[in-house]
Design a protein around this ligand. Structure first.
Ligand code: 13P
Length: 288
């Protein structure tokens, strides 16, 4: 089966009041764990690739090739989209050309007029090729792969204008932050989320910074129109914890415990388990 655009799966999620996870990938272990978890839970899934991770994995074409091969090797039957995360204008076009099935153009650091113009061009370019598009209004707080934002709160009016361009789903800053949430975090701004959903006339909304948000806030965000939740840091943390334990327990020193296939196995399994748990929490399990 081929990789699919994220449009249909997110429209179904929006209508069915659940969310699909976008889980960011870094290498072969990440791709394998996430696809195994999706197949096991019978959940649609979006594999997210930041521009930095794309370079780390030696280019978008290589990423698409790896995902396709692993997908087929594992006989994955659930819908899988490969999506550029926080793409630049040139990056979004390059990802489409390399075979990504979905792209985000993040013009939130430009003036609204420039964001609008560039979003329009990427939407036309991607839609001609059957690729879904996410745009962003109002920055997401924190820092991801060198892209930093103070986390403005999006203007519902601006969200409405971008939605009218025909974007497939929209990321809007509502107090969410990439990376770990600080102890004094104020939480998601649900009044703003409700206003944005109204202004965008029911467009599927995207919640970035999906690591570490309390379950009750995730559930409420889904009821208010969030249909895609992006998760990166949480998978990095479970991988780190399991790998650290393996080494601290001295397992790398026993027999051939230094074999990378053994060394990376606990972290890989930890990612798989975390993704399964999150797919159940987001309500996407058994929706493939
Ligand atoms: P976290 O790293 O906080 O999970 O955020 C991921 C994200 O929003 C990717 O765009």
């Amino acid at each position: 089966m081929v990789l699919v655009s994220a449009k249909e799966m997110l429209e179904k999620a929006h209508a069915g009041h659940y969310a699909i996870g976008q889980f960011n990938i870094n290498n072969m272990e990440w791709i394998k764990s996430i696809l195994v978890a999706a197949e096991e839970t019978k959940s649609p899934v979006i594999l997210g690739v930041s521009e930095g991770a794309g370079k780390y994995m030696l280019g978008y074409k290589n990423v698409v090739g790896m995902v396709k091969e692993i997908h087929d090797f594992l006989n994955v039957t659930v819908p899988v989209a490969i999506h550029l995360d926080h793409g630049s204008f040139e990056g979004a076009k390059a990802a489409v050309e390399a075979g990504f099935t979905s792209v985000m153009f993040d013009g939130s650091h430009f003036s609204f007029e420039e964001n609008l113009e560039k979003s329009k061009e990427i939407i036309a370019y991607a839609h001609e090729r059957g690729i879904s598009v996410e745009c962003e209004v109002g920055g997401i707080g924190g820092e991801e792969d060198g892209v930093a934002s103070m986390g403005e709160q999006a203007s519902p009016e601006e969200c409405g204008i971008i939605a009218d361009l025909g974007v497939d789903f929209l990321a809007a800053g509502i107090g969410n932050i990439h990376g770990k949430y600080p102890d004094n975090w104020a939480g998601l701004n649900f009044d703003l989320l409700a206003e944005i959903q109204e202004a965008t006339k029911g467009k599927p909304l995207v919640l970035h910074g999906g690591s570490g948000i309390p379950d009750d806030q995730v559930a409420k965000a889904i009821t208010l129109g969030v249909s895609k939740i992006n998760v990166n840091t949480e998978l990095q943390l479970v991988f780190q914890k399991a790998t650290r334990k393996y080494i601290e327990d001295g397992k790398d020193l026993v027999g051939k415990g230094y074999d990378p296939r053994k060394l990376l196995a606990p972290g890989t399994k930890a990612i798989e388990e975390q993704v399964i748990e999150m797919m159940k929490k987001f309500g996407s399990a058994d929706k493939a």
